[in-house]
Design a binder for this molecule. Structure first.
Ligand code: PMP
Length: 330
């Protein structure tokens, strides 16, 4: 019989899929690494598994322990899934701006969710940073993964994402493009690809305009999961050959086009990474092989990027593009 012992065994080994329509007129082969095919639906399953394994090995996380992390998104889902398998309790702390759907997804895996007010500064006792710190010290057997500091985050990509891409392209990859949030993906994957290719592979970060990685101060942008207003320890400042800033408008435009023109229903940071990959592709030749990593799926963004009214309210679509169309009536 052909089966897996647990859903966790399906983390990683995601496929590369060629982009066909968006790349029309461009010479290089552009391949998307489709991370929403991980069992928790995002690239973060990789770091969740590796961070838990490392904490078990070091003794920081013991049987019956509790995982406490300020997260509302993909990392929470990955951690909750691993915790389910291994019998850990999960307590996630998130600001109240996080949608109920996202909180319910975490609860569905058996996690507890503590909601904190968004409208308080980070140093306030009720801020979600402070509350998660307090819970981590108060709960007996608590362990905080802290994905922004934890070396197992980039290590998971050095050990899995990098080697997978090298093998899948038979060493022919010339450029790796990815968004930067904690910096774990670009640092781990980028350093592996640079080492194995003896510096031949170029590593390109995609960053929301205004974030620190592309020289900004952290000015607000709408694309989720990428860009920062501080420099995380998990980001290796020497890994990127280039950082390409991308506007929210372009990120969302390409996100929507990925669904319509490539059949890839993915999140906003994927559109951002693809926008950067295509900008790069326009400067490359027919021998080049560009791999762009798509971190998550689009289901979590149906009320935002894929909602015409939401898009119009921010000026990304003209106001008259909303409302019923002939297609809705028929
Ligand atoms: N896109 C999304 C949707 C994410 O959740 C993340 C993780 N914060 C990233 C991109 C960036 O990945 P990394 O943290 O490895 O830089």
């Amino acid at each position: 019989m052909d089966y897996y012992e647990h859903i966790i065994d399906l983390v990683g080994d995601t496929p590369l899929v060629k982009l066909n329509s968006l790349t029309e007129g461009l010479e290089p082969l552009v391949l998307a690494k489709v991370e929403y095919l991980n069992p928790g639906g995002s690239v973060k399953d990789r770091i969740a598994l590796r961070m838990v394994e490392a904490a078990e090995a070091s003794g920081e996380l013991r049987p019956g322990g509790t995982i406490v992390e300020p997260t509302s998104g993909n990392t929470g889902v990955g951690l909750a899934m691993v915790a389910q398998q291994r019998g850990y309790r999960c307590v996630f702390v998130c600001p109240d701006k996080v949608s109920e759907d996202k909180r319910n997804a975490l609860k569905a895996y058996g996690a507890e969710v503590v909601v904190c007010p968004t409208a308080v500064p980070p140093e306030h006792d009720d801020s979600y940073y402070k509350v998660s710190d307090r819970l981590a010290t108060e709960i007996e057997g608590a362990w905080k993964p802290n994905q922004y500091v934890n070396p197992a985050n980039p290590a998971s990509h050095y050990e899995t994402t990098g080697p997978e891409i090298w093998q899948q392209t038979e060493g022919r990859i010339t450029h790796f493009v990815t968004g930067v949030g904690t910096g774990g993906t670009i640092s781990g994957t980028g350093n592996y690809l640079k080492e194995i290719s003896r510096g031949r592979v170029q590593v390109i970060g995609a960053d929301p305009e205004g974030s620190v990685y592309s020289g900004g101060t952290g000015r607000p942008y709408l694309v989720e999961g990428v860009g920062e207003d501080f420099w995380p320890e998990t980001y290796d400042r020497n890994v990127a050959d280039e950082i390409i800033p991308i506007s929210d408008a372009d990120s969302f435009d390409f996100t929507r086009r990925l669904a319509r023109e490539e059949g890839l229903l993915v999140g906003g940071s994927c559109g951002m990474a693809v926008a950067a990959a295509l900008e790069l592709a326009a400067r490359c030749g027919p021998e080049d092989v560009i791999v762009v990593l798509l971190p998550d799926g689009g289901r979590g963004y149906l009320t935002k990027v894929f909602n015409d009214s939401w898009m119009s309210s921010y000026g990304f679509l003209p106001p008259d593009s909303t409302g019923a169309t002939l297609g809705d009536v028929l």
